[in-house]
Design a protein around this ligand. Structure first.
Ligand code: BES
Ligand code: ZN
Ligand code: ZN
Length: 468
């Protein structure tokens, strides 16, 4: 799809936005959030979208998303998106949210359909607040989100540890600002990453550790690490998932997809920061050599882990990835993204992710970015009692707490990962199990299935560090 800034609409399908007080001019339209109506004015088709009381960035992103979905329904190929009058102090942010909402809503995944979804071919952005560079940045951000959505939506057959690693290598090949190192199962074994190896060993597509580096500020040693859970399919292993819980488990690499999507965007916009993405990629399968429940495995850090459930595998692969990341890249900050627990889904559904951190400043910054991007999260507590409940009689740790079944599950998952944070490293963990895959209603800019949650949030955070 082509986008361009233009002074005039230049086509006959227009998207316009109205706050509720302006909506009176249109019959049977109240200007409520998410409300869309189509009017035919002369030779033009005008899609009006409501903003509610104020044209906030969040309202604009939502309205633009629903308006574009309407244009797709009408099978329009060319749209003009007209920026409304905006309060000057927030005009740029709001206009950017408008573009973002429109672009995000244009995504579709038609790989397996004979009848391909309708595609919009061009968008004319009629804006007085945005520059070409602003538009290019919004496009780059959305390209990262689309990459993450594509990776999540792809079949587990196709998106496996090997192809995920190849994807990262290809990205680095076509972007010299990136470099990519992939550890094979042999190297993972040689390095004694016993947890990643255990989880990934029952598959004809063996595990990989993907390290993708972006150095935008070579003079600085400061590196931020993004770690993404890359379970390309989670069968549960011997603790096999039942029908009803297993069908969407190709989504269990959504953390990996998000951090790889972020790297794609960084390569496009080239900010002056250093970022490394680490993806422990594995298929939690169930072949003859699956790792055993009840057995004890040794992590890369040296800590041993008693496997209470082979289905609590995300924390295992993340543990090894975190240790390797700290040893190799010495990051000041690590943010991990993981579809870690059903428990976070029970807490927040698809309304927000859970954020766990050892650093209040980092948590507060991520919270702010979540509000700005409307990728909602909530800061969760990490009580010592939950960490204590991970002690094992036989090993250093157990991978599931000894609290009553169903108690504090998301906190226990986070507490397990925290055991692998070293020294003063600032760390935050985002449990995105409820946010990464949308099987409910189309939300305009965030449609069904892979959502790409986290890409925009992480980029917002990283770009606050851009000191160019
Ligand atoms: N991948 C799942 C978590 C998940 C659940 C992601 C629903 C997306 C939607 C994870 O590996 C898992 O199975 N977690 C278990 C942990 C339990 C065994 C302690 C869970 O949450 O039930
Ligand atoms: Zn699992
Ligand atoms: Zn999992």
């Amino acid at each position: 799809m082509k986008t361009r800034l233009s002074a005039k609409p230049g086509c006959d399908t227009l998207l316009r936005f109205l706050v509720s007080s302006e909506a009176k001019t249109l019959k049977d339209f109240k200007g409520k959030k998410n409300e869309v109506t189509v009017r035919y004015e002369g030779t033009d088709t005008v899609i009006y979208a409501g903003l509610g009381d104020t044209p906030s960035p969040e309202a604009m992103r939502g309205a633009a998303g629903f308006a574009v979905k309407k244009a797709i329904e009408l099978k329009r190929e060319e749209l003009a998106i007209v920026e409304p009058e905006l309060p000057p102090e927030s005009a740029k942010a709001t206009a950017l949210a408008m573009v973002e909402g429109a672009l995000l809503a244009s995504y579709s995944f038609g790989q397996h359909k004979a009848e391909k979804p309708h595609q919009i071919k061009a968008m004319h952005i009629v804006s007085s607040s945005l520059s070409k560079a602003n538009l290019a940045q919004a496009e780059a951000i959305c390209a990262g989100v689309f990459a993450a959505r594509d990776l999540v939506n792809g079949n587990a057959e196709d998106v496996n540890p090997l192809t995920l690693a190849a994807w990262a290598k290809d990205l680095a090949k076509s972007n010299p600002v990136l470099s990519c190192i992939v550890l094979t199962e042999k190297e993972i074994a040689k390095q004694k990453m016993g947890l990643l190896l255990a989880v990934g060993r029952a598959s004809s597509t063996p595990p990989r550790l993907i390290c993708l580096e972006y150095r935008g500020k070579p003079a600085s040693k400061e590196t931020i690490a993004l770690v993404g859970k890359g379970i390309t399919f989670d069968s549960g292993g011997y603790n096999l998932k039942p029908t009803g819980s297993i069908e969407n488990m190709r989504d269990d690499m959504a953390g990996a997809a998000a951090v790889l999507g972020v790297m794609k965007t960084l390569a496009m916009i080239k900010p002056a920061i250093n970022v490394v993405a680490i993806v422990p990629a594995a298929h939690n399968g169930l072949q003859g050599d699956a790792f055993f429940a009840g057995d004890i495995y040794r992590s890369y850090s040296g800590k041993t882990v008693e496997i209470i459930s082979t289905d609590a595998e995300g924390r295992l692969v993340l543990a090894d990835a975190m240790s390797y990341c700290q040893k190799t890249y010495k990051p000041s900050t690590i943010i991990d993204l993981a579809t870690l627990t059903g428990s976070i889904l029970a807490s927040f559904g698809d309304l927000m992710a859970g954020l766990f951190s050892n650093n209040d400043e980092l948590a507060a910054k991520l919270f702010e970015c979540a509000q700005a991007t409307n990728e909602a999260l909530w800061i969760m507590p990490m009580p010592q009692a939950v960490s204590d409940s991970l002690k094992s009689d036989l090993a250093d740790l157990r991978n599931v707490s000894n609290l009553p079944k169903g108690h504090a599950g998301a906190i226990a998952g986070a507490a397990f990962i925290k055991e692998f944070v070293e020294g003063k490293t600032a760390w935050a963990h985002l449990d995105i199990a409820g946010m990464s895959y949308n099987t409910r209603d189309d939300k305009g800019h965030t449609g069904k299935y892979g959502t790409g949650y986290g890409v925009r949030l992480l980029l917002a955070y990283l770009l606050t560090k851009n000191a160019k």
